[in-house]
Design a protein around this ligand. Structure first.
Ligand code: ACO
Length: 326
């Protein structure tokens, strides 16, 4: 199989900032509680005319520019998202049209907050086998559109944004060395949007009962997250042939600093080797990791030759990790 690497990264965040103090005016909460329990101080919110594909398109164009690859060279577009523009067509097809990636295949992948890492691993297979040369992988969300703004247990956590990478063949021994993915459908009940699908189609009742927004058992998800982050990162690392001591940089899913700190502790990593940006952007589900990755690359935190671990967990329940020689 061919080696597959990330040729370029890009990200985009909506301009509007929603601070914890803004949320104090909407629900019974405080900046102090949110910072202490989650680490989040503010998040970005898309305006009413902006959908997920709009953010995804902007991130994709930046990644293409950064990679020096034109949209016409792209063979496949995968968008990891839980907030597609609509049930169909897929958000990936809308992005394909927007960027002018004529003839490229396009589909969405839904794996909760693990959506980007799942998409990355799926994309890798197409290039590794020689079927495709260049694949655009995007994680994009407008979670603000599926939040119950009366539920203080969830509305404080999430934000909107998009991140993208361009994948292509790379020199042997570089690029994506290994990955792990997993799921536990039993835990699906702890984090879901109950209505709007075939189980509970939209009706006046589902709207009145706010069943089109995120329902979450925070403490169950928290316990799962700590276990999943460790399992996924250690599993992928073992497959890569490298050890914990070889990790140069960790890009974790940005859900909660307490979850990230526990994962970092298990991997014996100092704070400066762990990317945290959730204080500014909150949890952007499938967009969290690619946005954090793009930021880390642009800030020079990740350098050529570094061993980078990306790890996440999310609705499904799902988890995933990738080990990359940058
Ligand atoms: N402000 C003030 N008080 C609050 C708030 C709030 N925003 N939210 C909850 N509380 C209260 C609760 O009502 C509870 O009060 P009680 O003891 O009187 O009942 C108290 O705070 C403690 O609540 P817990 O839920 O036990 O608080 P916890 O420390 O577990 O923190 C949190 C909650 C932040 C949600 C945490 O559980 C968490 O981060 N879980 C993981 C969530 C996550 O990562 N979700 C995303 C998954 S990714 C995806 O796929 C979308």
């Amino acid at each position: 199989f061919r080696s597959v690497g990330i040729l370029g990264t890009g990200s985009y965040l909506p301009e509007k900032v929603l601070t914890n103090h803004d949320l104090e005016k909407i629900v019974d909460t405080s900046d102090e509680w949110i910072v202490k329990r989650t680490g989040i101080k503010e998040r970005r919110i898309a305006d009413e005319n902006t959908a997920t594909s709009d953010l995804a398109t902007k991130a994709a164009l930046k990644a293409l520019e950064n990679a020096g690859v034109s949209a016409k060279e792209i063979d496949l577009i995968i968008v990891g998202t839980v907030t597609p523009d609509m049930v169909f067509p897929s958000t990936a097809c809308i992005v394909q049209k927007n960027i002018g990636a004529e003839g490229a295949a396009a589909f969405d992948l839904e794996a909760g907050c693990s959506g980007f890492l799942y998409s990355l691993t799926v994309a890798q297979q197409f290039i590794a086998t020689g079927m495709y040369e260049k694949v655009l992988v995007i994680g994009a969300e407008t979670l603000s559109k599926i939040i119950d703004w009366t539920d203080r247990g969830t509305c404080i956590l999430f934000g909107d944004g998009a991140g993208a990478v361009v994948l292509g063949p790379t020199e042997d021994g570089m690029g994506i060395l290994s990955a792990s993915m997993g799921a536990d459908g039993e835990g699906g009940k702890f984090l879901k949007v109950p209505a709007g699908g075939s189980r509970m189609p939209a009706s006046i009742k589902t709207v009145e009962e706010r069943l089109h927004s995120i329902r979450m058992d925070g403490s169950e998800v928290f316990k799962f997250a700590v276990r999943a982050m460790n399992k996924a990162s250690l599993g992928a690392l073992e497959l890569s042939g490298y050890g914990i001591e070889d990790i140069d940089y960790l890009v974790p899913h940005q859900a909660n600093t307490r979850i990230i700190n526990s994962a970092a502790k298990k991997l014996k990593l100092d704070n400066e080797k762990v990317h945290i940006n959730l204080d500014k952007v909150g949890n952007m589900s499938a967009a969290s990791i690619p946005v954090a990755l793009d930021e880390a690359v642009r800030l020079g935190k990740i350098k050529k030759g570094d061993l980078v671990v990306m790890v996440g967990f999310g609705a499904g329940l799902t988890w995933g990790a990738s080990v990359i020689k940058w």
